[in-house]
Design a protein. Structure first.
Length: 358
């Protein structure tokens, strides 16, 4: 393994110090679609993640948002090396881990942990909480008094250590997510990938789990990749936010900047759907996008968002401009510390209501 060069950050914030903990460069994942009963032929590919580049800095929380199917979980699983990329590179802590064998990946597995949306589905119902939280110690053959460490972890995440022998079904949804957090924390990872960790929980419980995650981040100097389809959830926890659409990274900025001055029409539309008053959402006019998200098996030419883009229609007087239809816009700087992949990014504060009726 050799030390690897990583590119300069596209967007810096107060949290982007030093060398990134994780960088993905031109990360791409295509899932083959096969047909045929005996001889399975590959007939197409799901373009789940397409040429995505970003970094996450030590101690930072990078929010990753976008609609269902845009490639968030696939990106997460590629970083955790639970999937192999079709192309591109993953650098973790200065080491290129893109092609490491499972044996050489082993030390990194401790450093990269995941928390999932549905703790119930990710917790073995036949194991006690003590066994679940203690499993990482057993798998990685760590020394020490496992029982005591598990009880300390339970206490730290707000579970009663007396409940060591209880089973997942005896806990509420929020408590089950605390079990998932404790398990992820057990081996003192550097990175925790939180894949929709609060999406299945009531709003009041969501806040408790988000607060817990923030406290743990400070205490253990954790770095988070925090995935959500809900922009209202990621604002407060994120230092910077990346927006994905149909496998592409379409915008990246600091959290405040993204909320106050979204420049990609897709981000503006997503933000306009955040209920008023929640997370300080500024936009009040809901932008209703036409049509559904296209299939990632057969994505549109040019800008992936062009068939639904209200701004493109506005620019072209009802017709989508030629470059939107045919040329993929690069992720470019629209302002210091703010990048967007759009031929006609919104001006800061550009009126959105008219777009809705364009
Ligand atoms: N193992 C797989 N085989 C084939 N296609 C897959 C596989 N995993 C994901 N996909 C497809 O890749 C695309 C991206 O999926 P992904 O789960 O990454 O999206 P997501 O943004 O996490 O969505 P959600 O918000 O619903 O969790 C989708 O079209 C999905 O159907
Ligand atoms: Mg997902």
């Amino acid at each position: 393994m050799s030390q690897t060069q990583v590119p300069e950050p596209l967007v810096t914030s107060e949290a982007t110090h030093g060398e990134p903990l994780v960088s993905v460069e031109n990360l791409t994942k295509h899932f083959p679609v096969r047909r045929g009963i005996i001889f399975q032929r590959q007939v197409a590919a799901v373009q789940a993640v397409q040429d995505v580049t970003f970094s996450i800095y030590p101690g930072e929380t990078l929010g990753l948002v976008g609609e269902s199917g845009c490639g968030k979980s696939t990106t997460a699983r590629l970083i955790a090396r639970l999937l192999n990329p079709t192309s591109g590179r993953i650098v973790f802590d200065g080491q290129d881990i893109t092609k490491l064998s499972s044996r050489r990946m082993r030390p990194f597995r401790r450093d990269i942990q995941m928390i999932f949306q549905d703790p119930y589905a990710s917790l073995n119902p036949r194991q006690s909480v003590g066994q679940i939280i203690g499993a990482p110690f057993a798998i990685h053959h760590t020394e020490g008094d496992t029982r005591k460490r598990v009880r300390d972890l339970m206490d730290r995440v707000g579970l009663n250590p007396e409940h060591y022998n209880r089973y997942p079904h005896e806990f509420s949804g929020g408590q089950r997510q605390r079990i998932g957090v404790a398990r992820a924390l057990a081996l003192r990872p550097k990175l925790i990938i939180c894949d929709e960790p609060v999406s299945a929980l009531d709003v009041s419980i969501q806040a408790q789990i988000l607060n817990l995650l923030e406290d743990l981040q400070d205490e253990f100097n954790l770095t988070y990749l925090f995935i959500s389809h809900d922009l209202g959830v990621v604002r407060h926890i994120s230092d910077r936010i990346a927006v994905m659409y149909l496998g592409h990274l379409v915008e990246l900025a600091t959290a405040d900047e993204l909320y106050e001055r979204p420049r990609h029409p897709y981000t503006a539309a997503l933000l306009s759907a955040v209920p008023k008053g929640r997370a300080g959402a500024r936009v009040t006019n809901r932008i209703v996008l036409q049509g559904d998200v296209p299939s990632p098996v057969n994505p549109p030419s040019g800008c992936p968002f062009h068939p639904r883009c209200p701004k493109a229609r506005l620019v072209g007087n009802g017709e989508v401009p030629e470059n939107c239809r045919n040329e993929l816009p690069p992720l470019g700087e629209v302002e210091t510390n703010h990048v967007a992949a759009c031929w006609y990014p919104l001006e800061p504060g550009e009126e959105l209501e008219r777009m809705a009726h364009a």
